[in-house]
Design a protein around this ligand. Sequence first.
Ligand SMILES: *Cc1c(COP(=O)(O)O)cnc(C)c1O
Length: 471
Amino acid sequence: MNDVNEFRKSAHQIVDWMADYLDQIEKYPVKSQVKPGDILAQLPSSAPSNGEKFEDIFKDFEEIIMPGITHWQSPSFHAYFPGNSSFPSLLGEMLTSTLAAQCMIWETSPSAAELEERVLDWLRDAMGIPACFKGVIQDTASTATLSAILTAREMASNYEINNSGFSTNDYRIYCSEETHSSVEKAVKIAGFGRANLVKVKVDDQLRMDPNSLSKAIQEDLDAGKIPVCVVATIGTTGTCAIDPLDEIAKITSANNVWLHVDAAFAGTALLLEEYSWMIEGLEKADSFVFNPHKWMLTNFDCTAYYVKDEEALIRTFEVLPEYLKTKTRGLVNDYRDWGIPLGRRFRSLKLWFVIRSFGLEGIKDKLRGHIELARNFESNINASTDFEVLIPRTLNLVCFRFNPGGIQEKQLNELNHQLIEQLNASGEVYLTHTKINEKYALRLVIGQTNVESKHIEKALLLIQKTAKSIG
Ligand SMILES: *Cc1c(COP(=O)(O)O)cnc(C)c1O
């Protein structure tokens, strides 16, 4: 397909399909109902030798690919954390795809570099992140956390590991038992060895216990080890627990240890003044990450990574081959030095579209609406005799289980596992689970861009009916 008129025609057709899809998304089963291998079996085993017509490809997209899609933009998607999108985000993404620019350095698209700087400053100020932080967009929170851990490593070794490799394996990293798996992955990739990741105890609300952290660091120091980095979480993946940042930050400051704050999901809530307590002490931290691609109406991928000492970040990643030397170096931000990949997508464009279209107030209204729906759902569960909330709700996540009374713990776990399987098989809703002190908990997240009270009422009725049928 090389003809611009043909492209125009197909593109219009796709835009119509996009609008219809989003308009009628509730007619699809939320969670894809295919079995392993179903899609693969319908795909030819070798690539076509000759070009095929758009109509044929699009027909296969609808018939083969669509059944294997889980509909993250469905308002009945309550699983994991949301991976939101919105009309303005989609429009921005279409332009990014069209420009298809490689935004690795300022010269390869000055607008990309300068819009990224501006939009991340907007968000920083709107979220109450101290002005000493500078932002960069990365693909995922996993990559940002790896960047933080690598920078902490170089700071701790005076940039020697970059030059000559490890000369000791006494470095130590700390996180809580509830921390996201991306931290363990980063520790493996950064060469520390998983054995040097210390998982600090949590309290009854599954928040990191600062006393245990302090003790762990002291014991390591006494044993001649070198504490490098602590990762605190604002909104854990299991239950959205908020680690006590200020107390943790006092410990890391006193010991001169890098503090990275993972707010991948819950960070978006910092746009609401009433949640600013969550980052009390952030001025003492070194880096902070959150994902607009979760709750902030911006489609994947778009991670905002903030660092206080951008020189340390740049010094960790900078490599300067001849072909990347430019005369603007030092005057502008060359974001290739602010992270792992060289090539970079123009991601700030969709963020700019989202922020301008909704306005900060529009985004805040959405967030408050979601939290209000979660508050109501939680009170409904609390009021019901057959269900119980397993941990007090934070933001828009409710963790609960079916417990009609007189059933042993082990059986309750099995029963709730069955319940979630049946709910998801219905195609009407999609929920995932976690374990809270060995108790199997259903997680219901209310954060999809267009979710309304009618969707939550539907989910509640379905949960009650399904539980009755298996209980
Ligand atoms: C989702 C999540 C991550 C991982 O985010 P990616 O962008 O998919 O890498 C990390 N930490 C927390 C707390 C999360 O909720």
